[in-house]
Design a binder for this molecule. Structure first.
Ligand code: PLP
Length: 428
């Protein structure tokens, strides 16, 4: 068996020294991986119980078109999400096109002219800058007279409680907390850290709405921000909760009245959740959610494996090889463009789809430098599938995430190392 495994690794392009190095790192991660499997086991049971409680049946997978009144699959799925996140209600639909759309919807639905939105955790994810109007944009919240204020994190990455307290006043209607660092250098927050922040702001203003941008965080821990007081949790189905199978979609789970507002904004006042046919894709939403706990576990193992590989080779990694994980993103700094390029070429070469394509840096709209991206995904743009990207500018860091299965995540990282060895950037 082990020689068969070695020979298929060789056929696929991994030299023996790279495989041996990887196996040696993997052998040191048994305890970490066991803990991740424990979390996945718990979350798997949580999802199954939610499906059982809400009587998911084959009828839920049927095609529904037109207005979509009484769409059983859609209505039941929303109940399942509410059960998983322990919330009163949820909105989970293919009509929510992505994570940014879900976040924009939740904000626009629950803020009114004259209200203020506060981010107590620094700058939000890039795409939200235009939603909020931090960067002037047509249709932003700012255009509707909704103001924004922000309290940056302290230099050590912790919450600036003094200034958060000062920033909350009678116009503060909604507080947004981003769980994952996204592509910033700050730490990602644990659910319990988020819970502390929620308790703090609710003590100051009990009726303030707290929304958590949960992207990349779902199923990484056994609890979600909605278990510790978040009124709304929001995310994308082409990340963790879609389990790699959902081809589109976003979710918002939370308090009933707030979800109702979201439904009026998504469809129309008066119509709300009643319309919006699920168009035959419900099976992928259910099955994706069913797989999401183990898929997230695979992605986490990949991130930890990579951190330990590249840390051992003296490259700066964030988070480091030992740290607890609060999301699935891993950053590795190579310090020169050739490292970023070789890494991305390796990830691409290990993909099940488009493995023969060679990624090249290019000038992507919205970025101030060339960017190289590697993705051989079944669902275009899906970042729960193994993918990597790196801006070609100092410090020449690559960000990568995903991996629907642990063996694929392992292969991708070994292949990235293989390319770095081939290009003479790493010597084993
Ligand atoms: C990905 C992401 C988003 C936006 O989701 P899209 O599906 O890309 O629109 C928002 N916030 C965070 C933290 C994310 O990681």
């Amino acid at each position: 068996m082990s020689t068969e495994k070695e020979s298929i690794y060789r056929e696929i392009g991994i030299r023996k020294s790279v495989l041996d190095f990887g196996n040696q790192i993997e052998a040191g991660l048994k305890e970490r991986f066991r803990a991740i499997d424990e979390t996945a086991e718990y979350n798997q049971l949580k999802v199954i119980r939610a499906m059982q409680e809400n009587r998911v049946s084959e009828a839920c997978f049927q095609y529904a078109s037109g207005y979509g009144y009484d769409d059983l699959g859609r209505d039941t799925l929303e109940k399942v999400y509410a059960s998983v996140f322990h919330t009163e209600d949820a909105l989970v639909r293919p009509q929510i096109t992505c994570g940014t759309h879900a976040l924009s919807l939740a904000l626009a639905a629950n803020l009114r002219p004259g209200d203020e939105l506060l981010s107590p955790v620094g700058k939000p994810y890039d795409t939200l800058e235009e939603v909020i109007g931090i960067r002037p944009s047509n249709g932003s919240l700012a255009e509707y007279g909704i103001t924004y204020s922000q309290v940056d994190l302290l230099p050590d990455g912790s919450f600036d409680y003094d200034n958060i307290k000062k920033a909350i006043h009678d116009k503060t209607k909604l507080i947004t907390i981003q769980r994952s660092k996204g592509y910033q250098t700050r730490p990602s927050f644990s659910v319990s850290q988020i819970g502390e922040l929620i308790s703090f702001v609710k003590r100051i203003k009990p009726d303030v709405i707290v929304m958590v941008d949960n992207c990349y965080g779902e199923f990484v821990e056994t609890i979600e921000p909605s278990d510790l007081g978040a009124d709304l949790v929001v995310g994308s189905l082409i990340k963790n909760p879609g389990g790699g199978l959902a081809p589109i979609g976003g979710y918002i789970a939370g308090r009933k009245d707030l979800i109702e507002n979201c439904s009026y904004r998504l469809t129309s006042p008066g119509l709300g959740k009643e319309v919006g046919a699920s168009l035959g894709i419900m099976q992928s939403f259910y099955q994706g959610l069913f797989l999401a706990p183990t898929v997230t576990a695979s992605a986490l193992k990949g991130a930890i494996f990579a951190a330990n590989i590249y840390e051992k080779l003296q490259f700066p990694v964030i988070p480091d090889g030992q740290e607890d994980r609060h999301d699935i993103i891993q950053a590795v700094t190579f310090g020169k463009p050739e490292g970023v390029i070789a890494f991305c070429k390796g990830i691409q070469a290990a993909a099940p789809v488009d493995s023969y394509v060679t990624p090249e840096p290019w000038a992507m709209p919205g970025y101030d430098s060339d960017v190289i991206m590697a993705a051989g995904a079944f669902v275009q743009g899906s970042s729960i599938e193994l993918s990597a990207d790196g801006p070609i500018k100092p410090p020449y860091a690559v960000y990568f995430q995903g991996g629907l299965t642990w063996p694929h995540a392992k292969l991708g990282i070994l292949m990235s190392l293989e390319y770095l060895v081939r290009d003479g950037i790493v010597t084993l």
